[in-house]
Design a protein around this ligand. Structure first.
Ligand code: PMV
Length: 335
């Protein structure tokens, strides 16, 4: 590692939205229709090294993921173009990525992936950015990535300017301020049929229920922020669960409809409702896929996990807690 090399390595955690981002007002700049709020998770992350090299004729990618991911390379190159333009530099890059996100467990790696890539590439090319600036860049790779720049509880303010300069994330509570357990529950399912990018576009363009989503999401956001401020787990859980169900309801009205749920999804939902009948405060949220993320307080984690594991359609349950924002590492994946 020599000091004049244009190289940097960053690690970013993925996040789970409590108030969902669903729908873009600008497809190219990744500007959302609504603000969203998430928890950055401690156990699922991506490490990426980027090196800009004069001799390269094109960008090179080394990915530790399944074949088929090559279609993602074009998107990553286009994303690097944004950073090259910002830095006024035309060099191509070698990008090495290690994903520690169990994509099979229903977490998209795009949030941690683009957050780590944005951090490593901007540092390697010599840009000195604030975290807000970095969040705006990450947003243009994948919307949810703008939230993974920060740790703990994070809000992505939708902004209103056309150029997106006021659309970025900010931390509202750090990862040590309120410990919660997030269980990622993987159910038996086939391949995801519709990407979140396509799913939100179709919903916005065709679902008569989308207006209903938009007209209540600000209230949900305020209720969640109040619950976080008061460390009120029950109020938090109630809004989070309803918000996720409303997002999925908009998709049922899309043309053609989008149904991400499988029978196992419902089995987990019913199990969570049974817990509440018995007085245990447990809530769920679901992204653009069949798997369920369960929220509970740490003292109930073992009991909830054990019951979930016994369900017929549950394959795996992985525990997480609130985690840190993006970090730079001194050891590079490229030597
Ligand atoms: O930014 P994307 O393409 O990963 O879309 C995220 C969509 C949801 O996961 C369903 C909601 C969210 O806010 O993360």
């Amino acid at each position: 590692m020599s000091s004049n090399k244009l190289i940097a390595t960053a690690k970013a955690n993925t996040n789970i939205a409590l108030i969902k981002y669903w729908g873009k007002r600008d497809e190219k700049l990744f500007l959302p229709m609504n603000s969203s709020l998430s928890i950055t998770l401690n156990n699922f992350y991506t490490i990426t090294t980027v090196e800009f090299i004069e001799e390269l004729k094109e960008d090179i990618f080394i990915w530790d993921q399944a074949p088929g991911i090559t279609k993602e390379f074009k998107k990553v190159s286009t994303f690097l173009d944004i950073i090259r333009k910002e830095a006024g530099m035309n060099l191509h890059a070698k990008v090495i990525t290690e994903n520690h996100v169990p994509t099979a467990a229903g977490f998209a790696s795009s949030a941690s992936g683009y957050a780590a890539l944005a951090a490593a590439a901007t540092k390697a090319i010599g840009l000195h950015l604030s975290l807000n600036e970095l969040s705006k860049i990450a947003r243009q790779g994948s919307g949810s990535a703008c939230r993974s720049i920060f740790g703990g509880f994070v809000e992505w303010q939708k902004g209103s300017l056309e150029d997106g300069s006021d659309s970025y994330a900010r931390q509202i509570l750090d990862e040590n301020a309120w410990n919660l357990t997030i269980l990622s529950v993987m159910v038996t399912a086939g391949q995801k049929k519709v990407s979140s990018r396509e799913g939100m576009k179709r919903t916005l363009e065709t679902s008569p229920f989308y207006q209903g989503w938009l007209s209540t999401v600000d209230e949900d956001m305020e209720a969640v922020k109040t619950a976080i401020r008061n460390r009120d787990f029950v109020s938090l859980g109630e809004v989070v669960e309803r918000n996720a169900l409303k997002m999925h309801a908009t998709m049922l009205g899309a043309k053609p409809p989008i149904i991400y749920w499988e029978s196992g999804t419902l089995e987990v939902i019913h199990c969570i409702q049974d817990f509440r009948q018995e007085g245990v405060p447990v809530y769920f949220t679901i992204d653009a896929g069949p798997n369920v993320k369960v929220l509970c307080e740490p003292e109930n984690e073992d009991k909830v996990k054990q019951v979930l594991m016994e369900l017929r359609s549950v394959q795996k349950v992985i525990s997480c807690n609130p985690g840190a924002g993006v970090r730079y590492l001194s050891e590079h994946l490229i030597q």
